[in-house]
Write a protein that binds this ligand. Structure first.
Ligand code: C5P
Length: 232
């Protein structure tokens, strides 16, 4: 299904009421929404149904990482709920990602996209070394992104700062989904290496994941309009 907007609004809330109240202030023709671990753990999958009823396409950001059989079953469960995108950890390996891909394909025309997280952005070189990865975060990001592509996944979640190099390496058809987006002049919150929406798109990002600059705005719909305006 094609959608006219590259914006995915992160609904990072502790309960369904708050998440749905925000969703009702947004236009499903102008944005998609993301449900992450906090909201999903608090509410269960009912919140997905409610967001679908409001007309939104949903990115279910649960970063599955388990044995292939279990990840495949989780992807099937997500597909049965009708989500637009689901993600896994590329560190789960090629067979795990292939199992996720095949499980999604089983949903036929309502197949969710499957993307992979490479290296979580809070991990620096020292912390990677502690878990046995001798390479730099950048090298590891590219290694895992290539593996995700080999597994037949639709794309990766990456930092906008990595997008240009990933786009060059992985070609035009591999989806790049980037958080850490901040419109010029807005607070960085706890993000460290932010990019503006325009710079992220210019670097080759397909989907911009934006939370607080929209959800904490006095007028979230106007904040969306301003971001989309900057992109046109
Ligand atoms: O509010 P903010 O725009 O920072 O929200 C960004 C969203 O993207 C949050 O849901 C956050 O968990 C997620 N995310 C991130 N950085 C990553 C991966 C995911 O900010 N590396």
């Amino acid at each position: 299904m094609s959608h006219p907007s590259p914006l995915i609004i992160a609904l990072d809330y502790p309960d369904a009421d708050a998440a749905l109240a925000m969703a009702r202030r947004l236009d499903p023709a102008r944005v998609r929404v993301k449900v992450g671990k906090e909201l999903f753990t608090a509410t269960g999958p009912a919140v997905l149904d409610e967001l679908h009823e409001l007309g939104f396409e949903v990115f279910l950001d649960l970063k599955f990482h388990d044995i292939p059989n279990t990840v495949a079953a989780a992807v099937r469960a997500a597909a049965a709920r009708g989500v637009w995108m689901v993600n896994v950890h590329a560190g789960g390996g090629l067979r795990m990602m292939e199992a996720a891909r095949d499980a999604a394909a089983g949903a036929g025309s309502s197949r969710p996209m499957v993307t992979a997280v490479t290296v979580l952005t809070h991990l620096g070189a020292d912390e990677l070394h502690e878990v046995g990865v001798a390479d730099s975060p950048g090298v590891q990001v590219h290694r895992l992104a290539r593996l995700a592509q080999r597994a037949g996944l639709d794309g990766v979640v990456c930092s906008a700062r990595e997008a240009e190099a990933l786009r060059a390496e992985l070609g035009p058809d591999f989806r790049l989904v980037a958080p850490g987006i901040r419109p010029a002049g807005s607070s960085e919150d706890d993000q460290s290496r932010v990019q503006t929406p325009g710079a992220a798109r210019a670097a080759g990002v397909d989907d911009l994941v934006i939370g607080r600059p929209v959800t904490q705005a006095e007028d979230p719909a106007a904040a969306v309009d301003a971001i989309l305006g900057e992109l046109n």
